[in-house]
Design a binder for this molecule. Structure first.
Ligand code: C5P
Length: 227
């Protein structure tokens, strides 16, 4: 069967990764979480003392980019690939509110984007990939056959992310999560390099009032019509 590239972009916590995983599974495609790669670089910077409180040494990070090796390994129990930093599984560590609060600053650095976009393009070169992020339909795969742009109100998104963090056992306040979601959206949409914008040929899906099942069925149908 003909394989295509599916690009899913949108604001923070719009449920992109949930539907991307479901879609990849249904189609037998590879799922790539590009946000996990930006989170991995951020985690590296935190672990190596390049981010302290509000002080971020971006020059040192750029200098050390060559020491950062990000890879994915499929976990059959979970049904998706987990992210590794220099061969260490960091899937859990990158989902904290602390990493979320710095990741958009790290993702605004052109040198970081250049390195990760190159790797993402290599991962998708044989098609049969579902990748989610902020610039997948615009920069990484401008020729993707199917582009989706997910939206939902900031409150709906913050509530979802808050529940996720609470279920993991993290102690967080709803307002801190809402502030983080809004701040990341602002930085992601206003950065100079590859800002978050809807690609002209992307289909917008507002999932504020859709159940996961309704959303999945809608998107699967779009994918089948495209393939
Ligand atoms: O998707 P997720 O929320 O995990 O992404 C974390 C952050 O990584 C985003 O807020 C954004 O700053 C950055 N990102 C990006 N480009 C992508 C994917 C994520 O700039 N393609």
């Amino acid at each position: 069967m003909n394989k295509i590239t599916i690009a899913i972009d949108g604001f923070s916590s719009t449920g992109k990764s949930t539907v991307a995983k479901q879609l990849a599974k249904a189609l037998g495609y590879v799922y790539v979480d590009s946000g996990a790669m930006y989170r991995a670089v951020t985690f590296y910077a935190m672990e190596n003392g390049l981010i302290n409180d509000d002080d971020f040494n971006s020059e040192a990070l750029i200098y050390q980019l060559q020491d950062i090796n990000i890879s994915f390994k499929f976990n059959a129990n979970l049904g998706f690939a987990e992210v590794y930093l220099n061969e260490v599984n960091i899937e859990k560590q990158i989902r904290t509110l602390e990493v979320s609060s710095f990741v958009s600053q790290v993702a605004a650095i052109s040198e970081v984007r250049q390195k990760l976009v190159e790797q993402q393009q290599k991962m998708g070169k044989n098609k049969g990939v579902v990748m989610d992020g902020r610039d997948i339909g615009t920069i990484v795969f401008p020729d993707a056959e199917l582009k989706l742009f997910m939206t939902a109100s900031a409150e709906t998104r913050a509530e979802r992310r808050y529940q996720e963090l609470i279920e993991r056992g993290d102690k967080v306040e709803y307002n801190a999560v809402l502030n983080n979601v809004q701040e990341r959206d602002y930085i992601d949409s206003n950065r100079k390099d590859s800002p978050l914008v809807k690609a002209k040929d992307a289909i917008e899906i507002d999932n504020s009032n859709l159940t996961l099942e309704e959303q999945f069925n809608k998107i699967l149908q779009l994918a089948k019509m495209t393939i």
